[in-house]
Design a protein around this ligand. Structure first.
Ligand code: AMP
Length: 639
């Protein structure tokens, strides 16, 4: 279906063309033709990321009379950030129309907003509190309002705007159309629909209360005292993470962010104790990808509307299940994949079951990666960084004789070992004595894999297009790890790591993906080879299992892999080109905030720096200092 078929004006179609929107999203397909009609009360159950802003924004600007000076459209949304975002989007949609959009929200000078409204506003986008203020001051005329859009209605009600919303709806003409959008449908939202709408057309993208299909929900069971250490491991295991960590209180938010920042992670807090200016600054940095990890409370993160967030980490579960929907919905936007990771203690399994039931989704039991796995990921990143770095021949030419003389007595292997050690010793030392953080350790391992197997059976196993998926007859029990499998394949075939994709190591078998064109070579060369005394046999798997929850037979091979775990670390490392976040990021990892911001030349792993205790501290357990990750600074320029 095309936008042309939906019935939009040519001026609106023109702006869509400029914007580069090629085809309407499912909610747009369903909503737009209806909202263009005369009587159009509407309920849209959709999360952010589905294209809902355009679903109401396009018909809204389309329906408003050109040159209208008194508001005909009113959009109410929960936060200032969302308010600015929506008004910006509406202005773009209305670029070729004479429709004036004014945003009004709290925390800034009300008089300026009053002036803007006086000068003429066809559409007002407002947060409820500020709009009420303007109504009480009689600074806004609502008698010509034809359309009231309530965006993120559930969030507004959660935030205590129930009375304001009622008052606003009461202040507008009876014959108006109400378009309500909400991710969930709690009783309070249903009440608004009952009281203020006549026979609304309801569109639901996915089931009611259901989570976005593109989100992998994974929970980890840890002891209370290990929560923080576990979060660090999850970050270290996903060096290219662009993530949002949710905490329950402002205090916890501040303390987690502070600890992370001190230990060299590029992290900052966002909570209600910050001034509006501070919050704006943090949001801006996060939006621009100058900031890699945002640690936030539920309230502060409301309305945070950013694409490409790869991971949401729930430091704690929220008290309210609805909040979990909002939290996890911050990732996997606009058709992308994302992971929502949850840390729970041994008594919180029931909460996971409750969320699963309410959201009609399934959680996977995850295993906090161990030190070796993390070191492998980080090492892989380092290797990829070195391989893909641009060598500035002209700049280093003058130094080459000195450099070569310095390494004169070393073989190539020795030089590599020294360089890797210079960068990596600290990391290895740090994790050397790090124990198992899984509270269900022992039993947990098997359970985790079993759960993943079940899940894959149900969902189907997706092989990346252009890739063939191989089953490998050995696994973790045989001492195999991702690095080992990569080496095995590359050594046997003469291919390089760029030809190999996702690797899943299971207890007694494994999988990997490689470019289709190399399948014959791989089959011929790897079959019958030897890995640390174990004969290795491989075969091509069928990419889709028969499904239906069947775990016997085929389930073992086709359904046995677990997704996500390795993707985060490896995709960004230069081999898959950052496929996951769609940003094409090759080397977008981070090195720790303070280094990045200094901007000067970096002495990566230089001896003088490593020698001192400084920020990274000496080798300690998880609770203490932490070595840096590798890779370019994390910002949009690396995209
Ligand atoms: P929303 O759900 O309104 O927050 O939109 C999520 C993202 O999808 C935003 O970045 C929009 O610009 C983008 N988007 C919305 N509709 C389309 C479309 N039809 N084609 C491409 N991108 C879209």
């Amino acid at each position: 279906m095309t936008f042309e078929e939906l019935g939009l004006k040519s001026e609106v179609l023109k702006s869509l063309k400029e914007l580069g929107f090629e085809a309407p999203t499912p909610i747009q397909q369903k909503a737009i033709p209806y909202l263009l009609g005369a009587n159009s009360d509407f309920v849209g159950l959709a999360q952010t990321g589905t294209g809902k802003t355009a679903a109401f924004g396009l018909p809204l600007v389309n329906n408003i009379e050109n040159h209208a000076k008194t508001p005909q459209g009113l959009v109410i949304c929960p936060t200032r950030e969302l308010c600015l975002q929506i008004s910006k989007d509406l202005e773009i949609y209305a670029k070729f129309l004479k429709v004036k959009v004014v945003a009004v929200y709290g925390g800034t000078d009300i008089r300026r907003q009053m002036t803007e409204i006086r000068q003429g506003a066809s559409i007002i986008v407002a947060t409820p509190g500020r709009l009420m203020d303007l109504i009480n001051r009689k600074a806004v005329q609502l008698h010509e309002v034809e359309y009231v859009v309530l965006d993120e209605a559930d969030e507004m009600l959660n935030m205590g705007f129930k009375e304001d919303i009622d008052s606003i709806l009461e202040s507008t003409p009876d014959h108006k159309n109400v378009w309500l959008f909400s991710a969930t449908m709690p009783a309070e939202v249903a009440r608004i629909s009952k009281n203020y709408m006549t026979d609304p057309f309801e569109v639901s993208i996915g089931h009611k209360n259901q989570s976005n299909e593109n989100i992998d929900h994974i929970y980890y069971v840890v002891k209370e005292k290990d929560r923080y250490a576990a979060v660090k491991r999850l970050i270290d295991f996903n060096p290219d993470i662009y993530g949002l960590i949710f905490c329950r209180t402002r205090q916890e938010t501040g303390s987690v962010a502070e600890k992370l920042a001190k230990e060299g992670y590029n992290a900052e807090p966002l909570h209600g104790d910050l001034s509006q200016a501070q919050r704006d600054r943090v949001m801006e940095r996060f939006r621009n990808k100058d900031l890699q990890i945002l640690v936030a409370t539920d309230v502060a993160a409301r309305g945070l509307d950013i694409d490409n967030i790869t991971h949401v980490i729930n430091y704690n579960l929220p008290d309210d299940i609805e909040n979990y929907t909002h939290r996890s919905g911050r990732t996997a936007r606009a058709g992308k994949k994302g992971e929502s990771l949850v840390l729970i203690n041994t008594r919180e399994h029931g909460k996971i079951r409750a969320i699963e039931k309410q959201m009609r989704t399934t959680f996977t039991a995850g295993i906090i990666p161990n030190a070796k796995e993390i070191c492998e990921i980080q090492l892989m990143k380092l290797i990829n960084k070195v391989i893909s770095i641009d060598v500035r021949e002209r700049d280093i030419q003058t130094f080459m004789p000195t450099i070569m003389a310095g390494f004169e007595d070393m073989s190539k292997e020795e030089v590599i070992k020294h360089f890797v050690s210079a960068e990596f010793n600290r990391f290895i030392e740090y994790y050397e004595r790090a124990g198992d953080l899984n509270a269900t350790s022992g039993k947990g391992d098997d359970r985790g894999f079993e759960d993943r197997t079940k899940r894959r059976d149900r969902k189907g196993d997706e092989t990346e297009s252009g890739k063939t998926r191989f089953f490998v007859s050995i696994g973790r029990r045989d001492g195999l790890n991702p690095g080992g499998l990569l080496r095995l394949v590359c050594d046997a075939t003469g291919l390089n790591s760029a030809n190999v994709g996702r690797i899943d190591i299971m207890t007694s078998y494994s999988f990997f993906e490689a470019d289709n064109e190399h399948s014959d070579n791989i089959l011929k060369s790897v079959n019958g080879s030897n890995y640390e005394g174990h004969e290795v046999n491989i075969e091509i798997t069928k990419s889709k299992p028969s499904g239906g929850g069947n775990r016997g037979g085929g389930g073992r091979r086709d359904g046995g892999s677990f997704g996500g775990k390795f993707r985060g670390g490896r995709d960004g490392g230069g081999r898959d080109g950052g496929g996951r976040d769609g940003g094409g990021r090759r080397d977008g990892g981070f090195r720790g905030g303070s280094d990045d911001r200094r901007g000067g030349p970096k002495r990566d792993g230089g001896s003088s720096r490593d020698g001192g205790p400084k920020r990274d501290g000496g080798p300690k357990k998880d609770g203490g200092g932490r070595p840096r990750s590798f890779g370019k600074p994390f910002n949009k320029k690396s995209n």
